[in-house]
Design a protein around this ligand. Structure first.
Ligand SMILES: [Mn+2]
Length: 278
């Protein structure tokens, strides 16, 4: 069984179409989406329709929840954020909002012996960021169950999205995988001297998981394939004048530079990592 795992599309239709075509070419049996279908881009409605049509399992991301919520969620926020919230809600319908709010938090199954668990960000929240540089204890916490996970077992393999930065790591003998972002890839650490070609960052990232679906026996192989696809960024950016934060968005897509690097660097400081250049 071959399962494609996609995440963080963020309304980028060119990226989504390119990814789905590649998935089709690779003869995949199932597609799972880890959330953040909407927010940021111009084609939120179109992306939602395509994901609903093509994906077998769809989880809810923090942006799917936030931008589908009622206006009261932004009542204490700055005007700029309220305007952005309202703009995002013009891109989808009330039915879409209801649909997104009802999506599940977690999905899990056995494959070739391993308990595979998937969620958007962490086992307890859809908006916390665990990165590759976090401590072993933090990474281990990603495998623990919570009242929001499908079972109360400790997972063997965790696949998640949210941080838009693909990696694979181990915590003890468990495997932690971030599948990356289809439509809004960026690096957590940027350095003008040390970065290389920007195409190392700005492609569509996703993952294919392959093994014996549903098997609790360690009698077959399991594999993880990391995929990076070029797509037509400039085509996606046509008409992007309509986007409320158009300059931020263009820089994110063209350069893989997140609009709020200061926030990422602050979170590094909290875990004792000092990065001198933003
Ligand atoms: Mn996201």
């Amino acid at each position: 069984m071959k399962i494609a795992v996609i995440s963080d599309i963020h309304g980028n239709l060119e990226a989504l179409k390119t990814t789905l075509k590649d998935i089709e070419n690779r003869k995949v049996d199932k597609i799972i989406c880890l959330g953040d279908i909407i927010a940021k881009g111009l084609h939120q409605k179109e992306c939602l329709e395509l994901v609903k049509e093509k994906c077998d399992v769809i989880l809810r991301g923090n942006c799917d929840r936030y931008f589908s919520s009622g206006i009261e969620i932004v009542k204490d926020r700055p005007q700029k954020e309220i305007d952005s919230f309202k703009w995002h809600q013009t891109r989808i319908t009330n039915d879409d909002r209801e649909y997104l709010l009802k999506l599940p938090f977690c999905h899990e199954f056995y494959m070739s012996g391993s308990l595979i668990r998937m969620f958007h960000a962490t086992p307890t929240a859809d908006n916390e960021a665990v990165i590759n540089m976090d401590s072993l204890d933090t990474k281990y916490s990603m495998f623990l169950p919570s009242e929001r996970t499908s079972s109360q077992k400790i997972a063997d393999v965790v696949l998640y999205g949210h941080i838009h930065n693909q990696f694979m790591s181990k915590a003890y003998n468990k495997t932690l995988i971030n599948v990356g972002s289809v439509g809004n890839s960026f690096e957590s650490v940027r350095n003008a001297d040390k970065d290389s070609n920007i195409m190392e960052t700005t492609r569509c990232y996703y993952l294919i998981l392959e093994g014996d679906y549903g098997s609790k026996e360690y009698t077959s192989d399991i594999s993880f394939q990391f995929i990076r696809l070029p797509y037509n960024i400039e085509k996606e950016l046509e008409d992007s004048d309509e986007i409320i934060s158009k300059e931020d968005y263009r820089i994110e897509l063209r350069e893989g530079k997140y609009r709020n690097m200061a926030k990422i660097y602050d979170s590094f400081k909290k875990i004792g990592i000092d990065i001198d250049k933003i």
